[in-house]
Ligand binder design. Structure first.
Ligand code: PHE
Length: 344
């Protein structure tokens, strides 16, 4: 018996389990109900009275050793024992977590909205499916205007012109809705998606995004238009960006202009983006045609206003030099991940 105890003592002292499972095997082997200690105590009952004294002590010491060892190791494997199903190896490297980022068009749209908000403009929205009145007629489009033609407009219902239903071709329709439903002064911008029936290529798409703006009040002049848009450009592209206005035509503004900025890529020196002219066009604008004001129930002898409209894709192209419009709508994360915003 003494020999067996010596052997077990050596075994216990040398015992160094690698897992809680090994420790459990140890417990069963020595301290379990059918374990070695139980067995030794059974044998102890059979030894002679003179041996009982010495062996009793040895046996008790051995039992205490096994229990102490078990308690000590149990402490070591505590978390593994308390969480037995866990097979997580905390030392392995973690899986990469992909956080989202704002779409470049949203970044640019928000920037434009921020600039105009600081000037007191509010944001207005309207439906993408429009009737002829809001998209064309109220905006002074003549019956035979080519923009009404099937080539430019996605018609949903084509009747006799005035009952047509179409996907809006610009967010000027929101200006009409706003003027019809309120009283001047109006100072608002209209961001939104618009649709035009064009073959999809690197340079054209069947939908794109606009921000249009409207300011109607007493005594609003072309000087107000120029100063507002000049300020906008300084905020968007930085102080010192030049602007120029070229006469143009829109049915709903008179006079009308297109506004160019000094090329944001080459700063006017001439590059691929500005076709070596030093200028890039960014928006259309003009004084709201009195006919449009009257169509919307606004007294054109009392009120005047200006309006402008720009494509968000165009502004984003100039900012990020994106040469293929299709990238904006393909949702390729390799493209989208390049535009990290501070605000997610
Ligand atoms: N609605 C015009 C377009 O879509 C843009 C524009 C808006 C021009 C307001 C002048 C004034 O092209």
């Amino acid at each position: 018996m003494q020999q067996a105890i010596d052997q077990y003592t050596a075994e216990i002292n040398a015992f160094s389990p690698a897992s809680a499972d090994e420790l459990e095997t140890f417990r069963i082997k020595f301290l379990g109900t059918k374990g070695i200690i139980k067995d030794l105590f059974e044998q102890f009952k059979t030894v002679g009275p003179e041996e009982k004294r010495t062996f009793g002590k040895v046996l008790n010491q051995f039992k205490q050793l096994a229990e102490a060892k078990y308690l000590e190791l149990q402490e070591k494997f505590k978390s593994e024992i308390e969480n037995p199903k866990s097979e997580i190896d905390l030392t392995l490297p973690g899986d990469g977590f992909q956080t989202g980022s704002r779409h470049p068009l949203s970044l640019v749209r928000n920037e434009i909205i921020d600039i105009f908000k600081r000037l007191g403009f509010v944001v207005a929205e309207g439906p993408e499916i429009e009737d002829d009145w809001h998209n064309f007629s109220a905006l002074n489009f003549p019956e035979e205007h080519p923009a009404r033609d099937m080539q430019d407009t996605f018609f949903i219902k084509k009747n006799n012109g005035k009952d047509d239903i179409a996907l809006r071709t610009h967010t000027s329709s929101v200006q009409v809705r706003m003027m019809e439903n309120g009283k001047p002064p109006f100072r608002a911008i209209m961001p939104g998606r618009v649709y035009r029936n064009e073959a999809i290529s690197a340079r054209a798409h069947c939908f794109f995004h606009q921000v249009e703006g409207l300011y109607v009040d007493e005594n609003v002049s072309f000087a107000d238009l120029k100063q507002t848009l000049y300020h906008f450009v300084q905020e968007l592209y930085g102080e010192g960006t030049k602007v120029r206005f070229r006469p143009s035509y829109f049915p709903f503004t008179e006079p009308s202009a297109e506004m160019d900025v000094s090329c944001t890529i080459c700063k006017g020196a001439g590059c691929n983006m500005c076709k070596y002219s030093g200028w890039v066009e960014i928006l259309g604008c003009g004084m709201v045609d009195p006919n449009v004001l009257e169509n919307c129930g606004i007294d054109s002898t009392k009120y005047t206003g200006f309006a402008f409209g720009m494509g968000i894709e165009r502004i984003a192209n100039l900012k990020y030099v994106i040469r293929d419009l299709r990238l904006f709508s393909e949702n390729d994360v390799r493209f989208l991940n390049q535009f990290q915003s501070e605000i997610i």
